[in-house]
Design a protein around this ligand. Structure first.
Ligand code: A3D
Length: 311
């Protein structure tokens, strides 16, 4: 049977966990790509994961490489190439280095696998996914950024931790850019269908929203070197799985907006349907006045970072 090919561009912290999760879900065969300096590291990770197969029982093949030829025929790329934050840094501080890396990556993906679906994780996310789109010339349904899936998972976790109820039954979304201006939509958050506003006081809900906005920074500070990788990896795997298995899941993702929510020409976190055609649809709904104001703030922040790419 034909197996999908998943290439992870960047085999660092997130890349390693992506490989493990993709293999455990048997999403396909996996290539971990990194720069020549890190070739031994990704070959070693691949071998280690191959040796985990007898325990987990998955049949995915996992290889490591720094040769772009090996990515030919890739169905899905997940890009984490770039540097992560250190304490005290904003995601925007990464732009100079990561933009240079994205230029290299986008040109090679365009050359070696021009039909692939591409999920970008590198930060600053909203600008990096925009840069990939511009440099590659890919269609808008081929390119998406992972951020809302993670930010919403964080929001869900904090709500579950606050109430003590199962995180499985918490449903909520975070829209906007992947920065401190992101917009948790508490008004529509529910636990088992019950509005969260009935279960958490407005003050505590505000605290949870604020913690969600800076949740990435909280972990960066604790680590002292590097940023979160377990939840970011799983968030991207859910997007990749929805594409590979044509699940048509509705996930907040940084998708190219062309009029939706009044946004034009930018990748911003919005509810997105992902299926075998990639980004299949952005689902719009009415925001209230406060949410509109907050979304405007986040759009302006994204525009500012995108302008810095000069693209
Ligand atoms: P890290 O462990 O440093 O891995 C990055 C890898 O990229 C390293 O192995 C590098 O060698 C590799 N790399 C560098 N240049 C290239 C290149 N040209 N081609 C291929 N590989 C290259 O970082 P990480 O895995 O912790 O984080 C990766 C990125 O994800 C960073 O930019 C983080 O800021 C970002 N991130 C985003 C989120 C979102 O929610 C959007 C969350 C967490 C981290």
């Amino acid at each position: 049977m034909y197996r999908k090919k998943i290439t992870l561009v960047g085999g660092g912290q997130i890349g390693g966990i992506l490989a493990l999760l993709a293999a455990q879900k048997e999403l396909g065969d996996i290539v971990i790509f990194d720069i020549p300096k890190a070739e031994g590291m990704v070959k070693g990770k691949a071998l280690d994961l191959m040796q985990l197969r007898p325990h987990d029982g998955y049949d995915s093949d996992i290889t490591g490489t720094s040769d772009w030829q090996d990515v030919v025929d890739t169905d899905v790329f997940i890009i984490t190439a770039g540097i992560p934050r250190k304490p005290g840094m904003d995601r925007e501080d990464l732009i100079e280095i990561n933009l240079g890396i994205m230029q290299d990556v986008a040109k090679n993906i365009k050359k070696y696998a021009p039909k692939a679906f591409v999920i970008v994780i590198s930060n600053p996310l909203d600008a990096m996914v925009y840069a990939f789109y511009k440099i590659s010339g890919f269609s808008k349904n081929q390119v998406v950024g992972m951020a809302g899936a993670l930010d919403s998972a964080r929001f869900r976790s904090f709500i579950a931790m606050e109430t003590g109820f199962s995180v499985q039954d918490v449903s909520c979304m975070v829209l906007g850019g992947h920065g401190d201006t992101m917009v948790p939509i508490s008004r529509l958050a529910t636990i088992g269908g019950v509005p969260v506003a009935k279960l958490i006081t407005p003050e505590r809900l505000k605290d949870i929203e604020n913690r969600t906005r800076v949740a990435g920074g909280e972990i960066v500070k604790l680590f002292g070197n590097g940023s979160a990788f377990f939840a970011p990896a799983q968030s991207a795997i859910e997007m990749a799985e929805s594409f590979i298995r044509d699940k048509k899941r509705v996930i907040p993702c940084a998708s190219l907006c062309e009029g939706e929510f009044g946004i034009n020409g930018y990748f911003i976190g919005v509810p997105t349907v992902i299926g075998s055609k990639g980004v299949e649809k952005v689902l719009e709904f009415d925001l209230n006045e406060d949410e509109k104001l907050e979304l405007n703030k986040t759009i302006n922040a994204v525009k500012k970072t995108v302008a810095e790419t000069g693209l």
